[in-house]
Design a protein around this ligand. Structure first.
Ligand code: ADP
Ligand code: AMP
Length: 214
């Protein structure tokens, strides 16, 4: 099963992708996580990506596409995967489709997690990310047992630089301009499914399981 997660920044793509990955035993491939790991490790790719991420802009397609296409060739992807945060532009989606077509494959589902803009600022200002394992929480909607400490690994939690209100506004503009057109792209491909992302995260997941099957 090959799945693309769509939705605004903060809609809950990562939250749901992790749950899907666990239930269906598929690798969760998040381009945002890959860039953040590269930034943490001080790689050249990380340094380049950071200049765009800090401004709320998309990293250029040429820095993203080959990275993902190479990742999909790895052994753990042979039974499928969940793409979270990729594609984010029409050229990225076209490059993905072309790479799949070359090996006679195609995406199965594009799950669009719908959350209106007015909910997004709160979602993102309350998001806390683990500096070490990348787990995400929310101060209000998914709090940790001890404030500021990751439940999974005990490391410190931070507010991502790009989750500060001024950057979130820019990221939403970029989303509407460059990423939202993918909804029609996948609708035309006949694989789009919409889920209401405003309800409790477990209910969002139940709706996704209804679509994907038990
Ligand atoms: P995305 O990957 O789309 O950027 P996340 O999955 O990181 O979004 O979710 C953004 C924030 O909102 C996180 O702090 C997460 O805990 C919280 N969140 C996710 N889904 C829900 C939900 N259904 N209701 C309330 N908060 C949610
Ligand atoms: P995310 O963790 O998915 O919210 O991504 C964080 C940031 O990483 C985005 O705001 C972009 O700057 C960058 N990024 C992640 N995925 C992509 C992508 N597919 N294309 C371009 N930029 C990306």
């Amino acid at each position: 099963m090959k799945i693309v997660m769509l939705g605004a920044p903060g809609a809950g793509k990562g939250t749901q992708a992790k749950k899907i990955a666990e239930k269906y035993q598929l690798p969760h491939i998040s381009t945002g996580d890959i860039f953040r790991a590269n930034i943490k490790n001080g790689t050249e790719l990380g340094q380049k990506a950071k200049t765009y991420m800090d401004q709320g802009l998309l990293v250029p397609d040429e820095l993203v596409v080959d990275l993902v296409v190479d990742r999909l060739k790895q052994e753990d992807c042979k039974n499928g995967y969940i793409l979270d945060g990729f594609p984010r532009t029409i050229p990225q989606a076209e490059a993905l489709d072309a790479a799949l077509k070359a090996i006679d494959e195609k995406m199965d589902y594009a799950i669009n997690v719908e959350v209106p803009d007015e909910n997004i600022i709160n979602r993102m200002s309350g998001r806390r990310a683990c500096v070490s394992c990348g787990a995400t929480y929310h101060l209000q909607f998914n709090p940790t047992k001890t404030e500021g400490v990751c439940d999974a690994c005990g490391s410190e939690l931070i507010l991502r630089d790009d989750d500060k209100a001024e950057t979130v506004k820019k990221r939403l503009d970029v989303y509407h301009d460059q990423t939202q057109p993918l909804i029609d792209y996948y609708k035309n491909a006949g694989i789009l499914v919409d889920v209401d992302g405003t309800v409790d995260m477990n209910d969002v997941f139940n709706a996704i399981v209804q679509i994907l099957g038990e």
